[in-house]
Ligand binder design. Sequence first.
Ligand SMILES: *Cc1c(COP(=O)(O)O)cnc(C)c1O
Length: 395
Amino acid sequence: MYGKIKNDLQVTLKKLKEQGLYKTERIITSSQSSAISISTGETVFNFCSNNYLGLANHPDVVKAAQDVMNKWGFGLSSVRFICGTQQIHKELEEKVSEFLGTEDTILYCACFDANGGVFEPLLGPDSAIISDELNHASIIDGVRLCKAQRFRYKHSNMEELEQCLKDAHEATYRIIVTDGVFSMDGDMAKLPEIVALAEKYDSLVMVDDSHATGYIGKTGRGTAEHFGVLGKIDIITTTFGKAMGGGNGGCTSGRKEIIDMLRQRSRPYLFSNTLAPATVGATLKVIEMLSGSSELPAKTMANADRFRSKMEAAGFDIVKGGTAIVPVMIYDEPLAIKFADELLKEGVYVIGFCFPVVPRGKARIRVQLSAAHTFEQIDKTVNAFIKVGKNLNVI
Ligand SMILES: *Cc1c(COP(=O)(O)O)cnc(C)c1O
């Protein structure tokens, strides 16, 4: 029975390889950090993780996970509403709400699930979702799972957004949905303008702050803090799998009635297992660390500024932006792949991003800075970029 699809899959996989689109995974033999060991035996600087605060292997975070596991066990073997809610789950929901300045929070096993389960319970065919064209795949999937009317505006184009809001004037509810930080360009959504348009056209606002929570904004509360619009975002979705320790888990946070309804109706919440206690404990620790001091987010941004300015001074084409995502534009696809391979030989682990992840002819190396990087690691990495850049005639 397997024969036909087996052959077809083999053909498709072969094509992917021929087109250079087949993804292989490098294997890490250490914990996640600013310097990692890989299976070839080398130790390399890691400049492509979402470990923005450097907490992925922080001893206090690891210990918090261990302590919680000792007391609360490994798993819950249940969804939340049957017998999967421990005191620590409620505590984390409260702490996240406090941290993000929202009324309530509901946990999911991933932000992918949060986005997958947020639209369908709230919006029917008479409502309108207005979405930035570069929003994350999980938002796109979440929108697909819901019967609301769909409107899409060009990336951060406020005139188009306004037109969408006008076009959607007959809808019962309107919601503008955007990533807070866009992962490929490292730019931020124009939240003040978006909030103003939402007020003008009676729309809700939802921000997915996965690439921001923990390090954007003075105390790491995300893009709403950065732009001074805390409390004006109706729905925030975010992940614990990036800056916030990098394990897994995510949440939807926002207006009380919205969160309450999600608890009743959101399918990835109702029909998927509870977040493991160890993850809950580690995330609680991360929030405690961030609540006590803004040193870590400040370090992340200082590192990003250092890398950005040194790379610009060296003549690289860097996409402007105020986040820890620094795209180094190479444009040519094979050249971007080659550049990343050469950097690995120089002890720098980064990835070349090509079509279809970014538009054709806009290949780049996406560098991500972390609070865990030292100035020495950053400067050596810039030097490696300069060496490879000269060899490959990029600068
Ligand atoms: C990473 C990311 C997600 C997915 O988060 P997980 O918790 O890993 O599922 C969702 N949205 C955005 C914008 C992201 O960057």
